[in-house]
Design a protein around this ligand. Structure first.
Ligand SMILES: [Ca+2]
Ligand SMILES: [Ca+2]
Length: 96
C-alpha cells in the first residue's frame, strides 16, 4: 500500500547548493597560471565567484585550514584541495 502524502520539505525545495564535485571543478578552473596550485589571489577569486561577500577573509581562512605544508599555496593534486572543497562546502554557497 502506498501512503498518499509528501513530507512538506518536498514541496519547498531548498535553493540548490554547490555540490562537492562542482566546487572541485570551480577551484581547479581558478588555477589561472596552471601551476597546479592555488595562490591566495586565485583562492580569493574563486570564493568571490562562489558568491562570498568575504572573499578575502574566506581565502585566508581556507588557506590556513587547507595548506598542510604551509607553503602559502593550495595544491590541487592532494589532500589540500579536498580540505579546501570541504571548507567551501560547509559555507553552503548557493548556485545563482
Ligand atoms: Ca596557480
Ligand atoms: Ca600547500
Amino acid at each position: 500500500m502506498v501512503l498518499n502524502y509528501l513530507p512538506h520539505t518536498h514541496r519547498d525545495p531548498p535553493q540548490p547548493e554547490w555540490s562537492i564535485e562542482q566546487l572541485t571543478e570551480v577551484f581547479k578552473s581558478f588555477d589561472r597560471d596552471k601551476d597546479g596550485q592555488l595562490s591566495k589571489a586565485e583562492l580569493r577569486a574563486a570564493f568571490n565567484y562562489l558568491g562570498s561577500r568575504f572573499g578575502y577573509g574566506r581565502g585566508r581562512i581556507a588557506c590556513y585550514k587547507a595548506d598542510n605544508n604551509k607553503d602559502g599555496l593550495i595544491n590541487l593534486h592532494n589532500d589540500e584541495l579536498t580540505i579546501l572543497v570541504k571548507y567551501a562546502y560547509s559555507c553552503g554557497y548557493k548556485v545563482v
